[in-house]
Design a protein around this ligand. Structure first.
Ligand SMILES: Nc1ncnc2c1ncn2[C@@H]1O[C@H](COP(=O)(O)OP(=O)(O)OP(=O)(O)O)[C@@H](O)[C@H]1O
Length: 518
């Protein structure tokens, strides 16, 4: 008897603008396996999963689940038949408790009221069964990112998911949390669950998955068993060429201080202190990596430098000019660029064209003007150059950004921010959701910028990225600097994880002494 739990057969999806996102794609997943879905940005992975989960319709093809042909019409029908999706952006209500989030919409009843005790017990029992250590009574706003992910997994398990789709689940986790997640996934697998694992991280796929289906240009080009295949073979299969993600970097040569952040304190509009006495410098020719679990102040540092935050105490100076009283436009004009973490809300304007997004920060650029007016022909030519250089997969520069895949949207932001040739680049999760080929390209761009004597702040939850690129490393925990390594080689991914989780912390003398030396 076949062990196949899911078969997607000859799936074709053509979006309304004519883009063929899936062409005759076949995906076969066995019961009890962890099956990776890989491929370059725009290869069609999200589209295929959206079709399976009933978010997008297909033009043709058939889907079989547990031997029966199914019509995926909407997510709630899919949940009812046993398919659950854990999205990359968590969908939890922060103000509610863990158990309330888990049972939302399926509350056990006692008469007309929710049976609170049964609900808590159900959540606690399910958490125990799958070794998902979460406190049902904790408020979601108070728990870590790693725990939030567990709550999301619990939500789908409690609804009876037999097949779980995980979309880049390790993107925001520390190495320790990733290891824990992997142990939980193995436990799920041992319990007979099946997992589809979408990821760009070949190392992790090799660690946890049984087989890989690779999509390229909207087609399924093959299935690889993970056993006995090397990282190089997998990347070659995906990209069609060898990709070396080992960085070849000249020794750093730091110049004068470009940016000084001194005793930065920041409270959000609810009065919560998100930055406490944060101090550091960035020099010419330096990549300063800032590591931290999401929500520990890294975003607030970036946003404070770039003029998004009021309510700041402390000093931020760029070449001795205070940035605190400057507008975002003034800050850009000083030569500071920003790749924001949240590409969808801050990074791009989704409902306008690629070219408009690419030049949105260059309206003061004289070379794009003719007698003071924007020269659209020139601008579009310039946009086409960036599309080519950054390999943005699109029909042409007039296409709306909303129609791009996640990774290609990120490339639009990255292309725009590099194109201004900044003196200081703040890159917040620059390669999140980006495929190996584009990752290699962006890393090279960052290193080239540093070698031209510019300063870079690299904020990343990916510790491999921090370790590979950074000359110096700062670790944030709970809004404070938990550690600083002037020479990033003096630490390990594992040790950084301990600082990120608040298990270890350097003393003030240990940290301050280092960057005060000039
Ligand atoms: N809503 C949409 N309308 C039109 N085209 C779309 C839409 N969503 C995606 N596409 C196009 O479909 C193709 C496949 O995109 P999809 O998001 O499935 O890729 P992906 O493999 O998930 O990429 P990534 O790794 O970047 O997330 C791309 O060419 C993309 O531009």
């Amino acid at each position: 008897m076949s062990n196949e739990i899911l078969k997607m057969k000859n799936i074709t999806k053509i979006y309304s603008n004519g883009v063929i996102a899936n062409k005759d794609v076949t995906l076969s997943v066995n019961k009890g396996e962890i099956h990776a879905l890989m491929g370059e940005n725009g290869a069609g992975k999200s589209t295929l999963m959206k079709i399976l989960f009933g978010i997008e319709g297909k033009n043709s093809g058939d889907i079989y689940f547990e031997g029966k042909r199914i019509e995926a019409v909407n997510p709630s029908d899919m949940i009812n038949i046993g398919i659950g999706m854990v999205h990359q952006h968590f969908m939890l209500v922060d103000s509610l408790k863990v158990y309330e989030n888990v049972i939302l919409g399926m509350e056990p009843r006692k008469g007309v009221f929710t049976d609170t005790q049964s609900a808590i017990k159900l959540v606690a029992d399910t958490a125990k069964k799958y070794n998902l250590n979460v406190d049902p009574m904790a408020k979601v706003s108070d728990i870590s990112v790693g725990l939030k992910q567990k709550v999301e997994i619990l939500k789908v398990l409690i609804r009876g998911a037999k097949l779980l789709i995980l979309d880049e689940p390790t993107a925001v986790l520390t190495p320790q949390e990733t290891e824990e997640l992997f142990e939980q996934l193995i436990l799920l697998k041992d319990n007979g669950h099946t997992i589809i694992f979408i990821s760009h991280k070949i190392r992790e796929v090799r660690q946890i998955c049984d087989r890989i289906t690779v999509l390229r240009g909207g087609r399924s080009i093959g299935v690889i068993p993970v056993e006995n295949s090397t990282e190089e073979e997998i990347s070659r299969f995906m990209v069609g060429r060898d990709v070396v993600l080992d960085v070849d970097k000249k020794p750093a040569s730091f110049g004068e201080v470009l940016l000084r952040v001194e005793n930065l304190n920041y409270k959000n509009k609810y009065g919560k202190q998100l930055l406490k006495d944060v101090s550091f410098n960035v020099r010419k020719g330096q990549i300063l990596g800032i590591a931290g679990v999401e929500g520990n102040g890294q975003n607030e540092i970036a946003e404070s430098i770039f003029g998004f935050n009021n309510n700041i105490n402390g000093k931020i100076t760029f070449r001795d000019i205070s940035l605190l009283d400057k507008s975002i436009r003034d800050i850009r004009n000083l030569g500071i660029s920003y790749i924001p973490e949240d590409r969808m809300t801050i990074g791009v304007t989704k409902d306008v064209s690629i070219w408009e997004n690419l030049v949105s920060d260059s309206i003061d650029n004289k070379s794009l003007k003719n007698k003071g007016l924007l020269n659209i022909k020139k601008i579009k030519g310039y946009a086409r150059e960036l599309i080519r250089e950054f390999k943005i997969l699109c029909r042409n520069e007039d296409q709306q950004v909303a129609m791009l895949s996640g990774g290609n949207t990120q490339k639009v932001v990255v292309a725009r921010e590099f194109s201004s040739d900044p003196n200081l680049l703040i890159a917040n999760q620059p390669t999140r959701g980006i495929d190996v080929g584009a990752n290699e390209f962006i890393w090279k761009k960052i290193i080239d910028l540093r070698d031209k004597g510019r300063g870079i702040i690299l904020i990343s939850a990916d510790l491999n990225e921090i370790m590979e690129l950074s000359d110096s490393i700062l670790v944030m925990a709970d809004g404070e600097v938990a550690a600083f390594f002037e020479d990033g080689k003096n630490t390990t991914e594992y040790e950084l994880g301990l600082y990120m989780l608040g298990i270890k912390r350097q003393s003030l003398e240990e940290r301050v002494g280092k960057f005060e030396k000039e």
